[in-house]
Design a protein around this ligand. Structure first.
Ligand SMILES: [Zn+2]
Length: 141
């Protein structure tokens, strides 16, 4: 068999297989982001509709991957709400969302020794409220 015909027979099969592999990987990525979005939505609806429970919850990475990039929280004391961009929270992406609650503090209400608890309201795809009054987990101390 000449080099040329070998190229035609095997080369095109290899190329076809590689293309199918790439396509399957793209499909898998899309399927994961759809699953992440659905999980984030289910958690968000549970929080907003029933007030919890917050556990189990998707991770920061899953929420972002699913397109839910903002976490809306409320201060239990002054009732101020804020919409926090999840991408700004410098925690590992595999941190579950519920673990953030304890470290979120309202800038109006916190003192040196005490900060009233915050409540997670829901996840949103777009920022709906200003976050300026809030302390990020990473700004602590
Ligand atoms: Zn407050």
């Amino acid at each position: 068999m000449s080099t040329k015909s070998r190229e035609v027979i095997w080369g095109s099969r290899i190329m076809g297989a590689n293309m199918r592999a790439e396509q399957a990987r793209r499909d898998a990525k899309l399927a994961i982001s759809i699953a992440d979005a659905a999980e984030a939505e289910a958690w968000s609806v549970r929080m907003e509709g029933y007030g919890g429970p917050a556990q189990p919850s998707p991770t920061i990475g899953q929420c972002i991957n699913g397109g839910y990039r903002f976490l809306e929280v409320e201060c239990s004391r002054c009732k101020t709400r804020a919409s926090l961009p999840l991408s700004d929270i410098r925690r590992p992406r595999d941190t579950e969302i519920w673990k953030l609650e304890a470290s979120l503090k309202c800038r109006n209400c916190r003192t040196r020794r005490y900060a009233p608890p915050t409540r997670m309201i829901k996840l949103t795809e777009h920022q709906q409220i200003t976050p300026y009054k809030w302390v990020h987990p990473t700004e602590e101390r």
